[in-house]
Design a protein around this ligand. Structure first.
Ligand SMILES: [Zn+2]
Length: 73
């Protein structure tokens, strides 16, 4: 299932010197519509991590989230 983009996204400057980069956040509505799912991507040399923040306990239990989509567990 594709998640609905809420229109909220941000890029925060993080790090310093050689390790300077951005933390990109993109917010989507969760499948039930009561909460949000935020995908957080570090774009820092040497650090490529992706975090998914699910602001809805029901959907967090039911789904796995990958880059703007929800997959039933
Ligand atoms: Zn939900």
């Amino acid at each position: 299932m594709k998640l609905k983009y809420t229109g909220n996204s941000s890029a925060i400057d993080v790090g310093y010197g050689q390790r300077r980069g951005a933390l990109n956040q993109t917010e989507y509505e969760c499948p039930c519509g009561k909460g949000t799912v935020t995908f957080e991507k570090d774009d820092i040399p040497g650090f490529k991590t992706i975090n998914t923040l699910v602001d809805c306990p029901e959907c967090e239990e039911k789904y796995d989230f990958h880059k703007g989509t929800a997959i039933e567990k």
